[in-house]
Design a protein around this ligand. Structure first.
Ligand SMILES: Cc1cc2nc3c(=O)[nH]c(=O)nc-3n(C[C@H](O)[C@H](O)[C@H](O)COP(=O)(O)O)c2cc1C
Length: 208
């Protein structure tokens, strides 16, 4: 079995929806064992956002998703990350979790794992691409092999209608007030990235 971890952080539920679409698409293949895990919330963020109903509702919806652990990272052959934009960069929640993985890095435990990144932002040009590209940096330090979204497999990337996504990875636009939802195309691209990461992970595993 190829083991695929989909791990994400989501304040308002958009990244959660993309992560679920990724999980569901990969789970269609019986050769893949798929885990969905959320990146733990930080106390400071909880304090800052707990007065917002959309935040509280989105947290409630995700309450049955287990929190990711370092053991999950080690377990996986491939990892898909759901990383929403914070000022064009990854959220502190994701950075905090990644920074606990120093032991795995030191032992080379994450090397040669296939990985891909999905993102979201409020505005179309608010930093989805920069978030994916900058989030790639620590993953390359870990020795992971980056997998993006191809134009050939994702016709949405060349379409003129409104959607997220780039060759760097799937993404979605939440809208200036956060009320927009991932389009069908965004969710499909999330699913295709998960399957592509799993395919690459399977291929790498077969050569070990
Ligand atoms: C502190 C903070 C910084 C943000 N910075 C940006 C930004 O630079 N550009 C943007 O378009 N959206 C920005 N956003 C909006 C988030 O990216 C958006 O809420 C998120 O992608 C929605 O995904 P989620 O529902 O999974 O949390 C920011 C939100 C917060 C809380």
């Amino acid at each position: 079995m190829t083991k695929l971890l989909i791990t994400y952080y989501s304040s308002y539920g958009h990244m959660y929806q993309m992560a679920k679409a990724a999980r569901d698409a990969a789970a269609e293949n019986n050769d893949y064992q798929v885990k969905l895990r959320k990146i733990p919330e930080l106390e400071a963020a909880k304090k800052a956002m707990s007065g917002q109903d959309p935040y509280l509702q989105a947290q409630e919806v995700q309450s049955d998703v287990a929190e990711v652990t370092l053991a999950d990272l080690e377990w996986a052959d491939g990892i898909v990350w759901g990383i929403p934009t914070r000022f064009g960069n990854m959220p502190a929640q994701v950075k905090q979790f990644i920074d606990t993985a120093g032991g795995l890095w030191a032992e080379g435990k994450l090397e040669d794992k296939a990985t891909g990144i999905m993102s979201s932002s409020n505005t179309l040009h608010g930093g989805q691409e920069s978030t994916i590209l900058s989030s790639m940096i620590p993953l390359i330090h870990f020795g992971m092999i980056f997998v993006g979204s191809t134009y050939g497999q994702n016709p949405e990337l060349s379409a003129d209608d409104f959607h997220g996504g780039s060759p760097y990875g799937p993404s979605t636009v939440a809208g200036s007030d956060g009320s927009m939802q991932p389009t069908e195309g965004d969710l499909k691209m999330a699913g295709r990235l998960a399957k592509r990461v799993a395919r690459v992970a399977k291929g790498i595993k077969s050569t070990k």
